[in-house]
Design a protein around this ligand. Sequence first.
Ligand code: HEC
Length: 99
Amino acid sequence: MSKAALILALAAVPALAEPDAQALTRLVRQDCGSCHGLTLRGGLGPDIRPQALTHYQAKGLTSVILDGVPGTPMPPWRPLLTEAEAAWIADYLLTGDQR
Ligand code: HEC
């Protein structure tokens, strides 16, 4: 492997990187928003604004994001997100201080 390829390979290992707040915010608005509505107040998927998620602890919410809701259109995000990224999104959804 050339040095450049090695550097690229390392840069692609998400577990080594801190969650990228800007990229994750975009993912929540665009990808989650495609089902849960642009403002997350519900569409095909339910309202996932803070006031609708009071029955969740951060840990449970992280699992829903990583594993989805089997038997429903809510997909598992484990193939695309690290646990740290899913935990970041869970915190983002629960605190909602950005809206
Ligand atoms: C393909 C459509 C789709 C996408 C994309 C999607 N969801 Fe969902 N989501 C759903 C559906 C449908 C449900 C309801 C499942 C059920 O019936 O329990 C759901 C349920 C949920 C729940 C549980 C809500 C509750 O009150 O129990 C959470 C939290 C959630 N989604 C978060 C997310 C997040 C975060 C993302 C982006 C990373 C996302 N979803 C992307 C369709 C989607």
